[in-house]
Design a protein around this ligand. Structure first.
Ligand code: ADP
Ligand code: ASP
Ligand code: MG
Length: 367
């Protein structure tokens, strides 16, 4: 296929949950094709499936996984019927899930390696059904395995939770990938968000909500012209619009402002998805799959500088706060260095820090 600029499109859980949403995906792809772009689509698991897979593991430890397996089978069979594609397409994944759950029920524990393999099935199933639907709609779409493209930055010294459940990947331009796709005669590509593999080929996850980051990695590797994150809200708001209905849409943000909001709890973007697009100057649009025509947020280098003002409010729940009181800090040298060395030794990442002369308070990043 002659080279055309790439647009990377990411669709989240609710955006891949029904035929009408997949029809929107097909329409968006078609529109980009007509405008001379080659769409590279990244999808999440169907809404609720990642949580159900997580629950499957918990139930398997007690040997009570069968009803959860049934639920997963039913949900994917229903979606396949809705899309008029063969439910048998996901049979191998459902069988593998059943084998893995049985394994957990026998050893009565879950390790991070196994956890990652089970959770990866959600994205593998949604994209398998989605690819069949897109091809049935006349969009010549190649399904790719994200684990063959995204390699995690692995370090045997990292705790296994980090290595397998919250991995990060490199995002330099990937000329080998670009040439391989160039030689492919497909008009568009579809792959999984959330999953990657270690250099040794083991499945890893990019952390909950990590499909945004997958899409940003692909955009950077392909040198895409733009990244579009399609979700259930039309953009980043001044607060979570589900909690604060009067929140206003932010039309244009800089990467650093968006980064600050994403890190501090605006879960519409995964915290790690901004760095790859910022580094390569790729504009990021947030769009609503529910209402594709709505005005949306653009995140880029060209955000107007409105001076210092409060742009948005975000909140995080379930955080761990540690407050350390001491009189020993006054005119002491290296007290904070000792405190932070302790966190480092225990593998704990610190989020926010507040200090006074007699108190240091930190919040811990529980992920
Ligand atoms: P997806 O499954 O498409 O990735 P997410 O649930 O991860 O979607 O992210 C979208 C959600 O982010 C919205 O439904 C909204 O509740 C939440 N959210 C939190 N803070 C904000 C914010 N400041 N602006 C927009 N959405 C926000
Ligand atoms: N499916 C994964 C999750 O729910 C990743 C994602 O949707 O971004 O966390
Ligand atoms: Mg998300």
């Amino acid at each position: 296929m002659p080279s055309a600029p790439y647009v990377v499109l990411k669709f989240g859980g609710t955006s891949v949950a029904s035929r009408s949403r997949w029809q929107t995906i097909a329409n968006v792809m078609q529109e980009h094709l007509e405008n001379g772009y080659r769409p590279f689509v990244v999808c999440s698991a169907v809404a609720g499936v990642s949580n159900t897979l997580d629950k499957l593991l918990g139930e398997a430890v007690r040997g009570a996984h069968e009803p959860v397996l049934k639920q997963l089978r039913l949900l994917h069979t229903d979606l396949a019927h809705g899309l008029d594609v063969d439910p048998e397409l996901v049979e191998d994944y459902l069988e593998e899930l059943s084998r893995l759950a049985l394994g957990v029920s026998l050893i009565r524990e879950v390790n991070p390696r196994l956890h990652a393999r089970v959770m990866s099935m959600g994205e593998l199933m949604s994209t398998t059904l989605g690819a069949a639907f897109l091809n049935s709609q006349g969009l010549n779409t190649r399904l790719l395995d994200a684990r063959k493209i995204l390699a995690s930055i692995d370090d045997a010294d990292l705790p296994d939770n980090r290595r397998y459940l919250s991995a990060a990947c490199g995002f330099e331009p990937d000329t080998a990938l670009q040439s391989a796709l160039e030689e492919d005669d497909a008009s568009a590509f579809l792959t999984q968000g959330f999953i990657a593999s270690t250099p040794a080929g083991e499945t890893v996850l990019l952390g909950r909500g990590g499909s945004d980051t997958s899409a940003a990695y692909f955009a950077a590797k392909l040198g895409a012209d733009r990244l579009e994150i399609w979700t259930d809200v039309p953009g980043m708001f001044t607060a979570n619009p589900r909690q604060i209905p009067s929140a206003r849409l932010l039309r244009h943000l800089g990467y650093d402002e968006a980064q600050e909001l994403a890190t501090m709890g605006a879960k519409v973007l995964h915290p790690r998805c901004l760095e790859p697009v910022r580094r390569h100057g790729i504009p990021l649009y947030i769009r609503s799959t529910e209402d594709p025509g709505l005005e949306s947020t653009l995140i880029s280098n060209e955000a107007p500088d409105l001076g210092a003002k409060v742009k948005a409010i975000s909140s995080k729940s379930g955080i761990t706060l540690i407050s350390m009181d001491t009189l020993g800090m006054w005119q002491q040298v290296g007290f904070l260095a000792d405190v932070f060395a302790t966190f480092k030794r225990h593998g704990l990442s610190v989020d926010l820090v507040a200090t006074s002369e007699t108190n240091v308070t930190v919040s811990l990043d529980t992920a």
